[in-house]
Design a protein around this ligand. Structure first.
Ligand code: FAD
Length: 388
């Protein structure tokens, strides 16, 4: 076991901290209020090679792993970007790049990976459907073979970036669940061009993270060439799973990152704010709840590093990933909540950002996997009967 800091990791941390310094809380407050995509920040991530962290060097990426991606995300979040530090990396640079690199054809890799690395291509990931919900194996979106094309019909919900993305990785059934031998069979992934005729996108008004839109997407006889199948027909479930672990590791980094951002903001405030002739931080009722959450975030971050290490070695990491996600989210939410409490009534004012971070961090208990489903996975792994 070697916990000494790697020079590459230090460089990623200092680069991320510099970006977060430039794109700090005031920038995100404005983007949130205006509901505007952060073009400048996106381009800055490209300039720092962060979009290409997981892409091999031969496709113009940095050839690194989830360990480095986790460090970049957590630092961006913690040093001032809040959830945006993960949000702008997780779908395209995290999931799409990983899916295409692991399962794409040579042509797909050449077409998409260098563009992703350069920040020239934005992907959305189309998994969720209103009817199927968390039970992805029940998706109703269907692709039917017609000559050398597939014809896609169905609808998705909550698909982030689908209003502006160039492409979508779509999860679709090619064999209906009732006709497949196993529920995990009959799923296929497709790379869609969002300009294809028959795709209609409608944003869902939402609670927070309005510097990107999450939308309903409707597919009406969308024709996709067969070379846009990602991986094998009917065997897309396992390719999808390969992208879900990086997403959960990313959200684990987001939860501890935003929790640390809120905590440090509250610690600064608690050192200055005097009410009964002493800084409020001298009261353990103020300092301990934040300190306790901080200690839990430190532990969760270590579990994230273990999950990322296993992922980077190509080993199973489902259990560690779900543990890291579940505990990071509880600790991160508690850190933001207690930091907001330390601000008293001012925690409710937009100018101090705590109320926005509170709205943002709450997403981590709902997506990409709910806390209940993460605990279902852990419960089963430690020996309880499967509950679903
Ligand atoms: C802002 C935002 C952005 C999103 N972006 C994307 C995106 O880009 N792409 C995408 O595909 N999806 C996206 N999602 C969707 C998100 O992943 C889902 O909302 C989430 O997985 C939960 O699905 P659901 O809302 O249908 O909940 P449901 O499946 O309806 O679940 C409702 C509740 O029941 C609980 N529950 C259900 N089954 C069980 C069980 N067996 N045991 C215990 N509890 C259970 C759940 O935990 C949950 O609390 C996004 C969501 C949000 C809010």
């Amino acid at each position: 076991m070697n916990f000494s800091d790697d020079p590459t990791h230090s460089l990623i941390r200092s680069t991320a901290a510099k970006i977060a310094d430039q794109y700090g809380p005031a920038y995100w407050r404005e983007k949130e209020e205006q509901g505007e995509f952060a073009e400048g920040f996106w381009d800055e991530l490209a300039a720092a090679d962060f979009h290409g962290l997981l892409i091999p060097e031969e496709y113009e990426g940095a050839g690194m792993g989830m360990q480095e991606m986790g460090i970049a995300m957590e630092t961006l979040c913690a040093e001032g970007c809040g959830m945006a530090g993960t949000w702008y990396l997780v779908l395209t640079a995290g999931m799409a790049a990983v899916g295409i690199n692991k399962h794409g054809t040579e042509k797909q890799k050449e077409t998409y990976l260098p563009d992703i690395a350069r920040g020239k291509r934005n992907f959305s990931i189309g998994i969720t459907e209103a009817k199927a919900g968390t039970n992805t194996l029940n998706v109703g979106t269907h692709a039917e073979k017609d000559g050398d094309e597939y014809v896609i019909n169905g609808e998705k919900a909550w698909i982030t970036y689908s209003d502006r993305a160039d492409n979508m990785i779509l999860v679709s059934r090619t064999t209906p669940r009732e006709k497949a031998e196993k529920a995990t069979e009959g799923i296929s992934l497709f790379i869609l061009d969002m300009d294809d005729p028959g795709i209609d996108v409608s944003p869902i008004p939402k609670h927070a993270i309005n510097y990107s839109k999450s939308c309903e997407v409707f597919f009406d006889d969308v024709r996709v060439p067969e070379e846009n199948l990602l991986g094998e027909e009917d065997a897309g479930w396992w390719a999808l799973v390969d992208t879900l672990n990086p997403e959960r590791i990313g959200f684990s980094a987001a939860a501890t990152g935003i929790g640390k951002l809120a905590a440090h903001t509250a610690i600064d405030y608690a050192n200055e704010r005097e009410v009964f002739d002493a800084p409020i931080g001298t009261h353990q009722a103020v300092s301990f709840p934040i300190t306790k959450a901080y200690a839990q975030m430190e532990t969760a971050a270590l579990m994230r590093q273990k999950a990322a290490w296993l992922y980077d070695q190509g080993e199973d990491c489902g259990y560690e990933t779900n543990v890291a996600k579940a505990v990071a989210v509880e600790a991160g939410i508690e850190a933001v909540k207690q930091s907001m409490q330390a601000f008293g009534g001012w925690g409710y004012a937009k100018e101090y950002d705590l109320e926005r971070w509170w709205r943002e961090v709450n997403l981590t208990r709902l997506a990409p996997v709910t806390q209940q489903m993460a605990y279902n996975h852990i419960a089963h792994e430690i020996g309880f009967p499967r509950s679903y």
